[in-house]
Write a protein that binds this ligand. Sequence first.
Ligand code: LCS
Length: 394
Amino acid sequence: MSKNKNLHIESKCVHAGIKEYEHGPVVPPIYQTSTFKFESADYGGSLFAGEQKGYIYTRMQNPTIEAMEDAVAELEGGYKALGCASGMAAIHTVFSALLNAGDHVICSKSVYGPTSTLLATVLSRFNVETTFVNTSNMKKIEEALKPNTKVIYIETPGNPTLEVTDLEAVSIFAHKHNALVVVDNTFMSPILQQPFLFGVDIVVHSMTKFLNGHADVVAGIVVVKDDETYKHFRKTLNQIGGVIDPFNSFLVHRGLKTLAIRMKKHTENAIVIAKFLEAHPKIDWVRFPGLKSFPNYKIAKKQHKAPGGMISFELKGGIKAGKKVMNSVKLCQLAVSLGGVETLIQHPASMTHLTMGKEARESAGITDGLVRLSVGIENVEDLLDDLKQALDKA
Ligand code: LCS
């Protein structure tokens, strides 16, 4: 890892996690094997006892997976990472590793729907209580604190409102009260936001999004800062079983090589589109961290290297007009997910955030009319032409 220490981020993206392999391949081979042969019974036993390092079984570790994990850990500025079968598997692994019955969690109100539902309907059955607050307001976090608060879980920018939380302020507060801060960094990627720099303890990603970037993999990752946490999380992930597989790891690692240049293009396009939407007569409001009108613009400026590729907006004609736009786009595609090279448009209230229920959505600022755009890397003039013709029909 240290050989890349002084490189710029674009170079790190290309070289992170790459090791020496037999025959000298420049990319890590795909070790598509479930298990590894032991040279002797004693050697096998010593691996299980932790007396020697080596590969045993792919649920426990695999060289292709490890190479991708090391790359993400390096880009995030963390110690090590744990590749998971999905973003939800990563989030579940973190909660399972950190929480006991009787613990309390403070969670951002505006998070990916199933994250909120996991806490509210699954972990609640194991006597873990969650208070959902608008974490962009420090006061709300302070008010929600309980003697048994163990984890403050933040998504910033939040899905889909793009609500931005001050990670430095939250980390200082949490550590004063013996709580840990977990951040879902999916919307920014380590290119635009490095939560560890602000004192955060654990970072998670849905790698299905920007890290892989090509809409052909479902995967997640947990990044930690120290060996003790890593070992505990590795054991937990091994028991739960939601590990990534070697082929998907290979694809994600390949995607990482272009992450920095993709994020630059996503951002450049999104800035132009957000300004266009804000000036359009049929648009009621636009939320994008790069606009001066953005509610937490100052914190966003401090925390982000650039505003990213995600935009939320609402038409003056509400959801009826929003659906017209979604049904009329030709180049942009009407699909959930985000962070890929292709521009996607979707309706959170009836799609990604349906399971939260209307009350929780409204309280999180996820209005029925909110439309979410994940801006891709196409030519921005083509995207503008498509949005213009769709808005003309609304
Ligand atoms: N965290 C965030 C911020 C997400 O946006 C998602 C998925 C997840 C975690 C879960 O990741 P997965 O298990 O799907 O890899 N977000 C989606 C979305 O907004 N549309 O479709 C999926």
